[in-house]
Write a new protein. Structure first.
Ligand code: BGC
Ligand code: CA
Length: 155
């Protein structure tokens, strides 16, 4: 390839890569970046069902935690916002008791990171099918889907 043409190709590739990288890092107004994702934090609480619907309205998914670093960052964000109890996680065992799957694909959560608190998930009262991150206890718990928790939208 003649040098003018290859320089042009090089420029085009640099432009494409830098646009892609900046899109990965930038989040819309009201969304906060961590890693390659953007997060939005609710100012009110809702049932699991409504949390799911609100997520869909935002073109986002309910929070899933894939690393300890992500969990630590979410924990900090929740504390500074004064969340008192917990936030929903996008995991449910409503299909098969004890088998928590991701809402996005009905498959077991991606990766190996899990942080169920000791003795959880325990399906207390035989009525706990929605997962939450319990802020004060810094761990995961299965809870009643009709409880009202804060929501973290992730995309
Ligand atoms: C239990 C949890 C349960 C929660 C329900 C706690 O005392 O340890 O397993 O999900 O109560 O509110
Ligand atoms: Ca429980």
């Amino acid at each position: 390839m003649e040098s003018g043409k290859s320089q042009l190709w090089f420029l085009i590739i640099v432009c494409l890569v830098s646009t892609a990288v900046s899109q990965l890092r930038n989040c819309e107004k009201g969304w906060f970046p961590f890693g390659n994702h953007c997060y939005k934090f609710s100012s009110s609480t809702a049932t699991f069902k409504h949390a799911m619907i609100f997520c869909n309205n935002h073109g986002a998914e309910l929070l899933e935690l894939h690393t300890k670093a992500e969990e630590d960052w979410i924990d900090l964000q929740c504390r500074v916002r004064g969340y008192s109890y917990g936030v929903w996680l996008g995991l449910s065992d409503i299909q098969t008791e004890g088998k928590f799957v991701s809402l996005s694909d009905a498959r077991k959560p991606r990766g190996n990171f899990r942080n169920w608190m000791k003795g959880e998930p325990n399906n207390s009262g035989h009525n706990e099918h929605c997962a939450m991150y319990w802020i004060t206890r810094r761990g995961w718990n299965d809870d009643q889907c009709t409880n009202k928790l804060n929501i973290v939208y992730k995309k």
